[in-house]
Design a protein around this ligand. Structure first.
Ligand SMILES: Cc1cc2nc3c(=O)[nH]c(=O)nc-3n(C[C@H](O)[C@H](O)[C@H](O)COP(=O)(O)OP(=O)(O)OC[C@H]3O[C@@H](n4cnc5c(N)ncnc54)[C@H](O)[C@@H]3O)c2cc1C
Length: 378
């Protein structure tokens, strides 16, 4: 513990991005302070799932891996082969505790809780981070605070951790998107079976409106009744999430501030996946950190082509969700699963992108790309 008020770097926020960056800075020559407004970052546990497309230092924290995923609607189930890129999950509780332990025994990083950053100002060669209690000085700030701007769409979900008395789940198969029969809404169930009697069941919307219905325990109980009849189970805990889906979120800021995390644009607009993008972002920052002020960081995390495609996906989802559900079923019915996974994980090659475009409805996408709406779209 350094306990001073002058550091080389200040990281605002001890969420996934702040802690991921701090982990890379452990026991380096720079002094670092993390300032976090909450008194307990483990109050809201999250489960981060992602495909194994990028090497991270957190492999030992992986709770479960799946080699097959399912996408389905009322008529059809399609298996997505993830042999090459396993789908896997890390609990934020394990992640936070692992990194907090390292920070507590580190020689160069302090972490301060219950301090809310109010303002960041430049004073001569110093950057001053003004909190609700004290002021802290540094040469550069990494800022992971969310902003309150309205986003185009949000991924809204309610999840329940189910423990059943008998073995009822197939723990080799996770349901990536189980589209429900609800018309004119992009609604699906997401099911991660950790064992034969433990699973996370989530009800999820991609929506421009605040969704209230179906994001509750009653929906999960109804789902369990329909699927498993009178099999006994308990709900051990629940989680609620809201993830921004907007291609406009970017990392524009002052020269002495680098935005990181979800609200720097690391969240993929069309899917909400963020964890791996944050790992890529902080790995890049670590390489350029000695010259951070001189290096020009891309304002947009995602490539132009991905932003353009995501903007089309989001607009079709908002205006004709049923059409998009069918288009996704058509896409995954093709066998190019590796290309699809790399596309969803933000690491597609140009050939992967060409394959995706080839299997999507070209006329509809072209019309949306040109800003022309079709008759039956809202
Ligand atoms: C329930 C849930 C499940 C998710 N599942 C997945 C998934 O399966 N796969 C995936 O890839 N992504 C997933 N995500 C998305 C993504 O991984 C997370 O949102 C990610 O945690 C974002 O990290 P972050 O550090 O950018 O933001 P945050 O985790 O929000 O961290 C920001 C931190 O800043 C602090 N803060 C805010 N204001 C101030 C202030 N003024 N002063 C000081 N501190 C401040 C906050 O308290 C917070 O701790 C999920 C998100 C949620 C909510």
């Amino acid at each position: 513990m350094l306990m001073q008020n002058n550091y080389d770097y200040i990281i605002i926020g001890a969420g996934c991005a702040g802690l991921s960056l701090a982990y890379r800075l452990l026991n380096k020559s720079h002094t670092v302070c993390i300032i976090e407004s909450s008194d307990d970052i483990n109050k809201r546990n999250k489960l981060w799932s992602f495909w194994d497309t990028y090497e991270t230092p957190f492999n030992h924290l992986i709770k479960k891996k799946w080699k097959n995923l399912l996408i389905s609607n009322e008529n059809e189930s399609i298996k997505i082969n993830c042999e090459d890129y396993n789908y896997q999950s890390i609990s934020s509780l394990d992640f936070n505790n692992f990194i907090l332990d390292k920070i507590n025994t580190s020689s160069n990083i302090d972490i301060l809780f219950s301090l809310e950053v109010k303002k960041i100002v430049k004073k001569n060669s110093d950057v001053v981070v003004i909190t609700d209690k004290d002021e802290y000085f540094c040469s550069h700030v990494f800022d992971s605070r969310p902003n309150n701007k309205k986003t185009f769409m949000k991924q809204q979900f309610f999840g329940a951790y189910i423990k059943s008395k008998e073995d009822i789940f197939d723990d080799n198969l996770a349901a990536f998107m189980e589209f429900t029969t609800i018309k004119n809404k992009f609604h699906f169930n997401y099911i991660l079976p950790f064992s034969k009697n433990m699973a996370l069941i989530e009800s999820t919307f991609f929506s421009c409106n605040e969704e209230k219905k179906l994001l509750n325990k009653e929906y999960i109980n109804e789902y369990m009744r329909e699927k498993y009849g009178d099999k006994a189970y308990i709900i051990e805990k629940t989680e609620f999430g809201s993830i921004p889906m907007d291609i406009g979120i970017n990392s524009l800021s002052e020269q002495f501030i680098t935005k990181i995390g979800s609200f720097s644009g690391a969240t993929r607009a069309s899917t909400g996946y963020t964890f791996i993008n944050i790992q890529r972002q902080v790995d890049h920052l670590i390489k350029i950190i000695p010259n951070i002020q001189k290096n020009k960081i891309n304002t947009h995390f995602h490539k132009f082509i991905l932003r353009k495609m995501d903007s089309i996906f989001l607009r079709i989802i908002s205006r004709n969700p049923d059409y998009m559900k069918n288009a996704l079923m058509d896409l995954f019915r093709t066998s190019s699963h590796k290309a699809q996974i790399r596309f969803l994980s933000d690491m597609p090659s140009i050939f992967d992108i060409m394959k995706i475009i080839f299997y999507l409805p070209k006329l509809k996408f072209l019309l949306y790309a040109l800003g022309i709406r079709e008759k039956n779209d809202k």
